[in-house]
Design a protein. Structure first.
Length: 199
């Protein structure tokens, strides 16, 4: 049975001997219907991008860009432990908009935290922000039996924010845990703005 988390809550995902190794991290969102005048052009779709920032035990990114960031331009970690399933340009449709597969057993020892973030591509230029997004969530699924382990629905008003630190999977005392973060970032229309927070 899935656990619904609130902001700041943590849950243990993998205890020693539990057998859980592969998980699917699903992220989803819906675009609020934008109003427009009768003769105004159709508003641009909001392009949200889900990514993973890889950090060491010190909370700082590990290695170069190919080692520390999985996103639409770098879909697979060199270890094979993290595979991004691809970019969704509009957020349309039901369920997960983007999915990221993680094999915890393959993660190198120097990786202690996976930070899941979403940013609005070119949000500042297009005058788009997370106040124009609704029903945003992150969920963790056991990839073996496809059972949802936990879900975090983001319910706050994130108006003016172009980026979001959604949640973290981190290693502590031999266990993998999930932390529901839900922190907005004002200037993150370029992914590098989010990566810089962990340098």
């Amino acid at each position: 049975m899935s656990v619904n988390l609130k902001k700041g809550e943590k849950i243990s995902l993998v205890k020693p001997g539990s057998g859980l190794k592969k998980i699917m991290v699903g992220l989803g969102w819906d675009e609020v219907q934008q109003k427009r005048g009768f003769f105004a052009p159709k508003p641009q779709d909001i392009d949200c991008d889900a990514s993973v920032i890889l950090c060491g035990s010190d909370g700082k990114v590990v290695g170069g860009i190919k080692d520390c960031l999985i996103y639409f331009g770098n879909l697979r970690h060199p270890s094979g432990a993290i595979v991004h399933q691809g970019d969704n340009l509009t957020g349309g449709g039901e369920g997960d908009d983007e999915q990221i597969m993680v094999d915890l057993s393959l993660l190198p020892d120097n990786i202690a935290k996976l930070v899941f973030v979403v940013n609005i591509y070119d949000g500042t230029v297009r005058k788009q922000h997370f106040g124009m997004i609704r029903n945003a969530f992150i969920r963790i699924v056991d990839a073996g039996n496809r059972n949802e382990i936990c879900r975090f629905n983001l319910t706050e008003d994130y108006g003016g924010m172009t980026g979001m630190i959604v949640g973290e999977i981190y290693r502590k005392d031999g266990e993998w845990k999930f932390n529901a973060v839900g922190q907005g970032v004002r200037e993150a229309s370029r992914l590098d703005n989010l990566v810089q927070l962990y340098r």
